[in-house]
Design a protein around this ligand. Structure first.
Ligand SMILES: [Zn+2]
Length: 299
């Protein structure tokens, strides 16, 4: 039998890029949900994951948004589909600007909701990825996590999908029947660019490829385009992996020493090293960086 070997291009990486989908908030807010009902929106997101080899994501739950019969039923659907459930606090306070006492109680309040599900894991993701503006507050919470057997639900690839979703919903209020291809293209470009940035930075910082966790939100944008996004990532050479596998990477046990604490774990370790100042902006991701381009395109 003949084998045809394709020579590897010089600029093509020889390692496998791997990424898991981690989704924040599980938004059950019916007030602002054009095009789909809440359950259609939720089903579309779950269908996209299922379609891509039954991909298992992690959903970081903000308790206040699911604290209803419907919310809890929806969370059960995620659980029963095999997705990992994590803690994202009950009220979604920003830790910078909230006391340790108030914030830690809020984590425990959320735990009473999420721990009822079999795929719940004691893993925490900070709202806004802000982990404290002083060493004292940061370290108090790190100790609290150790005492309660929590792991860090770090993001490695941060982005601003929420800002695109915001524009999309505003646009649909004015023009309910418009073609949304321009939003899809902008979204796919945005995520693949941010993924490439964090992937390259991670290899420089850690000296090896790591398993990535992409942060996106439970939104209309993802109900519409998650399937396309997953296909685009695969097309760009990313292997989609289950969130539970991704979080086994030792990178998720690291506790960087920077103040203010937080952002992507890749960004935080790069910041701590002091070697990448020219390519680190603060905050690492925000709407303001995407606004000029979105304005230009009329999004
Ligand atoms: Zn959030």
């Amino acid at each position: 039998m003949f084998h045809v070997f394709c020579p590897v291009q010089a600029d093509e990486p020889v390692f496998q890029r791997e990424v898991a989908i981690t989704m924040d908030d599980l938004n059950m807010n019916a007030n602002d949900c054009p095009l789909f009902s809440l359950s259609q929106r939720n089903q579309a997101i779950l269908r996209a994951l299922k379609k891509h080899n039954d991909l298992r994501a992690a959903i970081f739950v903000r308790g206040k948004l699911v604290d209803s019969e419907f919310g809890k039923e929806t969370l059960k659907v995620w659980n029963d589909a095999g997705h990992m459930i994590g803690n994202h606090s009950y009220s979604h306070f920003c830790y910078s600007g909230t006391t340790f006492e108030k914030f830690s109680l809020d984590i425990l309040a959320n735990e009473t909701i999420v721990k009822a599900y079999s795929n719940y894991r004691p893993i925490f993701r900070f709202p806004y990825l802000k982990e404290g503006e002083t060493r004292e507050k940061r370290d108090k919470l790190r100790k609290f996590f150790k005492n309660h057997n929590y792991r860090h639900g770090y993001v490695t690839i941060d982005a601003s999908d929420w800002a695109i979703d915001d524009r999309l919903r505003k646009h649909l209020k004015l023009f309910p029947n418009s073609n949304l291809d321009i939003y899809k293209k902008f979204y796919l470009d945005h995520i693949t660019k941010r993924a490439a940035y964090y992937e390259e930075l991670a290899r420089k910082v850690f000296g090896r490829p790591i398993k990535h966790t992409l942060l996106i939100h439970h939104s209309l944008l993802n109900a519409l385009f998650l399937d396309d996004l997953l296909s685009e990532l695969e097309k760009k050479g990313w292997k989609l992996i289950n969130a539970e596998d991704a979080f086994k990477d030792p990178v998720f046990s690291i506790e960087p020493d920077i103040i203010p604490a937080g952002e992507s774990i890749v960004w935080a370790k790069a910041k701590e090293s002091g070697k990448f100042e020219s390519i680190l902006r603060y905050p690492a991701e925000d709407e303001v960086y995407e606004q000029p381009e979105m304005d230009k395109l009329g999004l």
